[in-house]
Design a protein around this ligand. Structure first.
Ligand SMILES: [Zn+2]
Length: 99
């Protein structure tokens, strides 16, 4: 049973797994050579997690719906820009057809 505040799939109401980008702080010696084992060393620690862009994956095998992140002002602007670009290209197509 879901706990209070737990995120559920918007399609079927099942629980979700979260895929989230995390920022790790570690020694320079691990640059471009980081392994899961290095996570155990005290010089490696989790610095932050970007919840705004997290994806929520439904655990129900019959559903498997993916909800894209909650979003922030950057991701909202990116989506708006993509929508405007699409509208602009559609208008160009109409103008060309109209000739
Ligand atoms: Zn679902």
């Amino acid at each position: 049973m879901a706990k209070k505040g737990e995120i559920k799939c918007p399609k079927c109401g099942s629980l979700v797994r979260v895929m989230v980008q995390a920022t790790l702080c570690t020694d320079g010696k691990y640059y471009a050579n980081f392994t899961k084992r290095n996570l155990r060393y005290k010089e490696s620690y989790l610095n932050s997690v970007n919840w705004e862009t997290a994806d929520f994956l439904c655990v129900n095998k019959k559903c498997r719906h993916v909800t894209n992140g909650l979003g922030n002002y950057v991701s909202r602007l990116e989506k708006e820009l993509a929508k405007l670009k699409l509208q602009t290209s559609e208008r160009k197509t109409h103008v060309q057809k109209g000739r």
